[in-house]
Ligand binder design. Structure first.
Ligand code: AMP
Length: 473
């Protein structure tokens, strides 16, 4: 029998907010986590973005905050969510506002790269829910502009990513500053040794909920592979985006991954030279630049975004039809994160990997660890000749350099000139003509399958805080 939201014990205002969001049934992680969190249990969620984990921790926490009905603490918050990136923090804060729309809770977010004075003023009177990146939070704590004395619930989201970003000391400090009797909800996509150590320092006998990532690539994302030399990648990308070398699926928004910030900038620059507008998003960009790039991508004003792993982590934008791995990630889990940016909210998606000779080992690891199944695509005819001079790496004629127009889902969008006839164009430099341009196979299905919830017992109601030193679970 399918579990319904009404089976989970959520309050009426939260149920109404879910209705407004159009959520019909809980995802597996929500079905498993919500009852345990409502009971006040600590939680260890092994899940990545796209599984519905934000609602899994936010919905029951909103209810717990409402039930406890404590006053907003001065220069503090009742619930703190730590997130690795500014973008993810922004998204979580928005979810808190959406899900808590009828609960009357005050939500703030603070992230690096913005005015610290504004944050200080914002937090003076405290708030119910604060979403923060660890560095900015500690800045404000060090300035005595904020403290954690009022904390009832602490959430760590994407903890593995926070470690990758060097936040380990920050996370240890925050743990030591937080009241011992808080509830902790800890999320990580992977469980390396360092994360296990952190969990035992943060959580008390946590209920463990795991949603295995393999289902994400396997179910609705079709995965393709080009074996291509490193110096041919840019030309191949240009042929694909200008639809001179057709690939499966209809372009709506294309997210391209590089391994480095410099690589992302280079791809954007070269695409610009041939009249294909694109933005880059990575750690060297200012916060307003990153936000602008995301907004333009969201509105499909500039539907090509080139990103590094860290910057794209947690991006949740519907309508990403294609993820192109311009460079393969050297960590297999990153591959799953990357391609999980497509096929959001029940849609289909296409993932295309460019693999050069020196990336074969990465490909092997991805195959082994994620059960990825790639269909290999042929390179364009006479491709080497194209790379070596003629064609796509040269700037397109001026009249072709138009802005890409937003395309409704279902319309094939030529990423360069927007108004060419649709369909399978052979010809030009790249026409293979062999592959149909039909969209990815439609495979309907609901949420992703979940894993097993573990643990039980040890009921602890919120409001009755755990006394004494925090025990290690
Ligand atoms: P998350 O894993 O929290 O980043 O969520 C991924 C996406 O799934 C977000 O766009 C949510 O709005 C959406 N979502 C979360 N829970 C549900 C649900 N029960 N039904 C439909 N969509 C959902």
């Amino acid at each position: 029998m399918t579990i319904q939201f009404s089976d989970l014990g959520l309050s009426q205002p939260v149920m109404q907010a879910l209705d407004m969001q159009g959520y019909k049934v809980p995802t597996p992680i929500q079905a498993q986590a919500i009852p345990a969190v409502l009971e006040g249990r600590d939680l260890l969620g092994i899940a990545q973005t796209g599984t519905g984990k934000t609602a899994a921790f936010m919905l029951p926490s909103i209810d717990n905050l409402r039930k406890a009905d404590n006053q907003i603490p001065f220069k503090s918050c009742r619930m703190l969510v730590l997130a690795p990136t500014r973008e993810l923090a922004g998204q979580i804060a928005q979810s808190a506002k959406d899900y808590g729309a009828l609960a009357g809770l005050k939500v703030h977010s603070i992230v690096g790269g913005t005015s610290v004075n504004k944050d200080r003023n914002k937090l003076h009177r405290g708030c119910d829910i604060l979403v923060a990146t660890p560095g900015r939070l500690l800045d404000l704590i060090d300035q005595k502009a904020f403290n954690l004395s009022g904390l009832e619930i602490l959430v760590l989201d994407e903890a593995d990513q926070m470690l990758d970003l060097g936040f380990i000391h920050a996370l240890r400090r925050i743990r030591d500053l937080a009241p011992a009797d808080r509830q902790t909800l800890f999320f990580s996509a992977t469980m390396p040794k360092q994360i296990k150590e952190l969990v035992s320092g943060y959580c008390h006998d946590p209920v463990q909920v795991s949603v295995t990532p393999e289902s994400t690539p396997a179910e609705r994302i079709e995965q393709f592979l080009f074996m291509v030399q490193q110096d041919e990648k840019q030309a191949l990308l240009e042929l694909i985006l200008s639809e001179r070398h057709p690939v499966p699926g209809e372009f709506e928004r294309v997210l391209i991954f590089t391994r480095t910030k410099h690589g992302a900038d280079r791809v954007v620059k070269k695409l610009g030279q041939v009249g294909i507008p694109a933005n880059a998003i990575h750690g060297n960009k200012s916060q307003p630049q990153r936000q602008r790039a995301l907004d333009e991508f969201k509105r499909a004003k500039t539907p090509i975004l080139v990103a590094t792993d860290v910057a794209a982590r947690g991006i949740d934008i519907p309508g990403v039809s294609h993820v192109i791995n311009y460079e393969l990630p050297n960590v297999p889990e990153q591959y799953v994160h990357r391609i999980g940016r497509t096929a959001r909210a029940g849609a289909d998606g296409v993932a295309i990997a460019f693999c050069a000779e020196d990336e074969r080992a990465y490909l092997k690891d991805i195959n082994k660890q994620t059960d990825a199944s790639f269909e290999r695509l042929p390179l364009p005819e006479n491709f080497r000749a194209v790379v070596e001079g003629v064609g796509p790496t040269k700037p397109a004629p001026k009249q072709q350099r138009q802005r890409v127009k937003p395309k409704p889902r279902g319309a094939s969008a030529d990423m360069r000139s927007g108004d060419k006839p649709k369909g399978n164009r052979g010809g030009g430099h790249g026409g293979q003509g062999g592959r149909g341009r039909g969209g990815p196979k439609r495979r309907h299905g609901g949420g992703k399958p979940g894993g097993q919830g573990q643990g039980g017992g040890n009921r602890r109601q919120r409001g009755q805080r755990r006394g004494g030193a925090q025990s290690q679970g």
